[in-house]
Design a protein around this ligand. Sequence first.
Ligand SMILES: NC(=O)c1ccc[n+]([C@@H]2O[C@H](COP(=O)([O-])OP(=O)(O)OC[C@H]3O[C@@H](n4cnc5c(N)ncnc54)[C@H](OP(=O)(O)O)[C@@H]3O)[C@@H](O)[C@H]2O)c1
Length: 335
Amino acid sequence: MNNGVNVAVFGATGAVGAEMVKVLEERNFAVNNLRLLASRGGRSMKWRGGDVPVEAVTLASFEGIDAALFAVEGDVSREWAPLAVRSGAVVIDNSSAFRMDPDVPLVVPEINEEDMVTHKGIIANPNCSTIIALIALAPIHRAVGIKRLVASTYQAVSGAGKAGLDELEQQTRDYAQGKPLSVSAFQYQIAFNLIPHIDAFGEDDYTKEELKMRNESRKILHAPDLRVSCTCVRVPVARSHSEALTIETERAISPEEAREILKTAPGVKVVDAPLDKKYPMPLDTADQDLIYVGRIRPDQSLDPGKHGLVLWVSGDQIRKGAATNAVQIAEVVIS
Ligand SMILES: NC(=O)c1ccc[n+]([C@@H]2O[C@H](COP(=O)([O-])OP(=O)(O)OC[C@H]3O[C@@H](n4cnc5c(N)ncnc54)[C@H](OP(=O)(O)O)[C@@H]3O)[C@@H](O)[C@H]2O)c1
């Protein structure tokens, strides 16, 4: 593709959209023309040393666009993705709108790039916590088969978009100044607190966010029988989700074997020297694409004769959990 492709970022002014623009530039993506879309215009964003105007999305927005990166909520995606596809664009969608549609590939390029070949115009980017967990778990699954996963997530406020980050910062400032705290992005005060409630409650009192970990992991790993139980918690961290993952495996695997497998796995950095106080933490993983994995140890709760491990992971959910994964998918699409 000599002259590059025409790319739209829809939701460009949000947490994920703005990061997509940054990642496209960093990875020197072959962009010919970049169109930035949001609910309204009257703004501009930096791109390759210049300013690109933000346009209000309209029916004409996707004309001539080859790849449309969607970083908007699910109902907005549901409305606009079919229109973008009709205009000839391939849509890479970050919302949960299409993820479980059997006609829509759900892709982490390091794990199941081959699933993309069957796309019919829309490719879905998985849930951020699921991407972060599976970058670490897929190589272990390939080696010894994972049959059960118990996950507890510690999710950054920016996972709720720009409004979530703004709220933690404002509450922290107000707290320091002895002012009353106002709450709008989350159910309760998030500064100096944590909230075990992300997305709406659904089946069996699990939240939809928790069920995404189960359903999306099964689809990405092609493991329909994988048993998953997940608890998702919002924590007062700006950026990068962390997760405690307990896995039961088909075949035996020692922590040393897992570390060896993960050392050469794409997208992973093993940080696992607990006696030297080296383990994954969100401050270390923010603003980059690698998923850090550490605290790898035997699961002491297993029945005799069963196999499994406990791991701790941390990764930037706006980058590998959203923007970078979407741009990687777009790179495969245009190649
Ligand atoms: N944040 C994360 O860590 C993360 C991770 C993975 C996936 N996701 C998913 O990525 C998507 C975007 O999340 P975000 O965190 O970036 O949200 P955000 O910061 O709230 O940004 C939302 C974007 O959508 C635009 N928008 C909102 N309503 C619109 C409408 N009716 N018509 C057109 N544009 C509209 C906003 O434009 P205006 O500026 O004009 O309002 C803004 O650009 C969501 O589906 C989210 O679930 C987020």
